[in-house]
Design a protein around this ligand. Structure first.
Ligand code: AVJ
Length: 317
């Protein structure tokens, strides 16, 4: 048998997940693999695109409502964030809060986490920064701050929950509720349903950055999982699925072709799709229903004047 030229496999988990997704029907790849160093940079560029409204709208809502958000949270809160908090959002929040007791960023990438935590600790010497390197799907033992704390608030910005299908989103909300505890809360960014033309433009930008972001999955397979994908033979597609209430991204095979992963052949028909991402968009009532199913009540919603995006405060029932 012919052996194809490919880089050695350096990421076994990626190889396993990609083989499972690409030998299934329909084909798919997990969206968590978008964010290697190149993908993270491309996502930063996406956030700056004129068509991509979520990031700038969430920041504008924050800027307009920070005082109210801080009052809701109250003094001496322990803030837990899923993600490593490299961004502007956590800084705004920490600066607005009344004597925050601690900030606990949770991230699977220990290296990135340590880097960001060191940076934040230097900027906010009066806040205990207690990074926790963990997979946030596993059970977590949160670090205890030295300072007294009044409540625990789980912060999950960026509408990242939108990447989970409803059943997983519900389970994840229930998990956040458990972490927040009885007098705690969840502060979450949720993207809203709107004119599909606005949604489609946000995921099909004219500069083609989202296409590069999507195709980077194949570049990663080539670099880390022994792949030999021809990136020019796949194209980017993002569609609004109105039945699901989600933007869905795909990579489409431009012709009949074969690619390999670690020597294993994979066949693609002309026009065949690889599903790469769900980005669920909610109505305010739809999201309230979902949180209720997870035992959380929406106690306050902040939106922009056009109701493109929302920041929501959820408390245990
Ligand atoms: C990081 C999940 C919020 O779904 O809008 C951006 C990722 N994908 N463009 C989103 C993404 C394509 C983004 N989230």
């Amino acid at each position: 048998m012919l052996d194809f030229q490919h880089a050695p496999v350096s990421n076994l988990e990626l190889l396993d997940d990609a083989l499972a997704g690409l030998t299934g029907q329909p084909k798919s790849l997990p969206c968590k693999y978008f964010y290697d160093a190149t993908g993270a940079k491309l996502f930063e560029q996406i956030c700056e695109l004129p068509e991509y409204y979520p990031t700038r709208t969430e920041l504008a809502i924050m800027a307009a409502s920070l005082g109210e958000i801080a009052r809701r949270i109250g003094p001496q809160a322990r803030i837990v964030e899923f993600g490593s908090g490299e961004g502007i959002k956590i800084r705004r929040l920490l600066e607005a809060l009344d004597r925050p007791a601690a900030y606990i960023p949770i991230d699977i990438s220990a290296e990135q986490l340590a880097l960001n935590a060191t940076q934040l600790a230097a900027e906010y010497p009066y806040i205990e920064i207690l990074p926790l390197a963990a997979d946030y799907h596993a059970d977590l033992q949160l670090p205890k701050p030295q300072a007294d704390y009044h409540s625990t608030v789980v912060y999950f910005p960026g509408s990242t929950l939108g990447n989970f299908p409803p059943a997983e989103a519900r389970a994840f909300l229930a998990r956040m509720k458990r972490i927040a505890g009885e007098n705690g809360a969840v502060l979450i960014g949720i993207d809203l349903q709107k004119d599909p033309a606005i949604l489609k433009a946000a995921y099909n930008d004219s500069a083609g950055i989202t296409a590069q972001f999507n195709l980077n999955l194949l570049a990663r397979l080539n670099a880390e999982a022994g792949g030999d994908f021809n990136l020019d033979a796949f194209s980017h597609l993002a569609e609004w699925n109105s039945a699901e209430g989600a933007i869905e991204m795909f990579l489409i095979s431009q012709r009949e072709q074969q690619a390999h992963l670690n020597g294993q052949p994979l066949q693609f028909a002309a026009g065949e799709r690889i599903h790469t991402e769900h980005s669920y968009k909610y109505t305010l009532s739809g999201f309230a229903k979902l949180t209720a199913e997870a035992g959380l009540t929406v106690s306050q919603v902040w939106t922009d004047p056009e109701e493109l995006f929302s920041i929501q405060y959820l408390e245990p029932e």
